[in-house]
Design a binder for this molecule. Structure first.
Ligand code: NAD
Ligand code: UD1
Length: 350
């Protein structure tokens, strides 16, 4: 049987880009996704880009019999685990959904992995586990903080669960990848970020203003202790992020235990710099208004990504202009994301 990498959440934004990188690198993959925040169209586009048929299972990581069937059917050697809920705002209103999906879902997945002797796991964590960091750039061993939301706390809980697991059994090789702010899209413009409903993150908001779906951008706060008063973040191209997963999988084959890597560029940009850069790259003027600070936002956050460079031989290669160009190519060629415009208009008319 062919060695296979299971990608949970592989129909989603980061998962689909990672599936593409893994397939391009010669991995045989199977994607498991319940499509609660994605659609089958992303899988079809992956098939178009890779000229292969993607093995896709529609289902939930909490469905134990389904996971048993997948692990029995395929010779799984590693799992790249993206499946989870990610909206900070929704997590405040529906904390149980977030803990059930992100924490219980991961627990269930690990139990099945152990039962089938699969011990290589790459987990999608977030810089949110640092809370409000004591200093920037952030190094992995600065300690975790207090995440500001149930979403963030679910990520921290899973990190703790996986750390305990790796300590309990030396065969586990686990990577906790702490993403900074993923943006951009594959250069083909065929796959990208397709948030359900109103977006919360900066880049989807910005591109939706540019396309005319949102009248103007709201800048949350211009009185932060940063050089221009707006928040500073480390934006990273999603394809660079995807390549980080490939490198992590390679290293996990040899290095057992728990590993933590920041995946960021090491460069921070303010909200106003992002707006200006978007205007320079696309030639489109972005109307915006300054509003009060958004609850839970920290002033600034960027990575020290030198550990990933040392251990994985990985660093982000795409600059901000490339990230913005690719975000814009995706949004402008798919104004309504993966959903076809006609279908959407029919749905609205109903
Ligand atoms: P996404 O919502 O586009 O992808 C997640 C995918 O998981 C979706 O396709 C969804 O349908 C699926 N899914 C959710 N719950 C599931 C379940 N119980 N069973 C099976 N499938 C399920 O999100 P993304 O931006 O691609 O994020 C991927 C991972 O990275 C998430 O765990 C997220 O928390 C984490 N992360 C994302 C960011 C970011 O800014 N996008 C930052 C840090 C960490
Ligand atoms: C957010 C989450 C974080 C999560 C990450 C990825 C919060 C507090 N944090 O990070 O937990 O891991 O997304 O999903 O929600 N901004 C605007 N106007 C907008 C949107 C954003 O000014 O319309 C600003 C924000 O105030 C922030 C910056 O842009 O300063 C980046 O925001 P966003 O893209 O939401 O990412 P984070 O808040 O860094």
């Amino acid at each position: 049987m062919q060695k296979t990498t299971l990608i949970t959440g592989g129909a989603g934004y980061i998962g689909s880009h990672t599936a593409l990188s893994l397939i391009d690198a010669g991995h045989h993959v199977v994607v498991l996704d319940n499509l609660c925040n994605s659609c089958h169209e992303s899988i079809e586009r992956l098939e178009h880009l890779t000229h292969t048929r993607i093995e896709f299972v529609e289902g939930d990581i909490r469905d134990t019999p389904l996971l048993e069937a997948i692990f029995s059917h395929y010779d799984i050697e590693a799992v790249v685990h993206f499946a989870g809920l990610k909206s900070v705002a929704n997590s405040v209103c529906q904390p149980l959904d977030y803990y059930a999906n992100n924490v219980v879902g991961t627990l269930n997945l690990c139990q099945i992995m152990a039962r089938f002797n699969v011990f290589n796991l790459v987990f999608s964590s977030s810089a949110t586990v640092y809370g409000d960091p004591p200093k920037t750039p952030i190094v992995e061993d600065c300690g975790t903080g207090t995440p500001a939301s149930p979403y963030g706390r679910s990520k921290l809980m899973v990190e703790q669960l996986l750390t305990d697991l790796a300590l309990s059994e030396p065969r586990w090789s686990i990577a906790l990848l702490r993403y900074f702010n993923p943006i951009g899209a594959h250069e083909s413009g065929l796959i990208g970020e397709d948030p359900n409903g109103k977006p919360n993150n900066l880049l989807p908001c910005l591109t939706q203003v540019a396309i005319g779906r949102i009248p103007q951008l709201t800048v949350f706060g211009n009185d932060y202790p940063t050089f221009d008063g707006t928040c500073v973040r480390d934006y990273i191209h999603v394809v660079d992020l995807a390549e980080g997963h490939l490198k992590a999988l390679q290293v996990l084959r040899e290095d057992h235990g728990i590993h933590i890597w920041n995946l960021g560029t090491g460069i921070g940009y303010s909200v106003l710099q992002i707006i200006r850069s978007f205007e320079d790259v696309t030639g489109i003027t972005i109307p915006y208004q300054v509003a009060p600070r958004r609850a839970g936002d920290i002033a600034q956050c960027w990575a020290d990504a030198s550990k990933a460079q040392r251990d994985l031989g990985w660093c982000a290669r795409r600059n901000l202009a490339q990230m913005i160009l690719d975000s814009w190519r995706w949004q402008s060629s798919n104004p309504f994301g993966y959903r076809h415009q006609a279908e959407l208009l029919t749905a609205i008319a109903r």
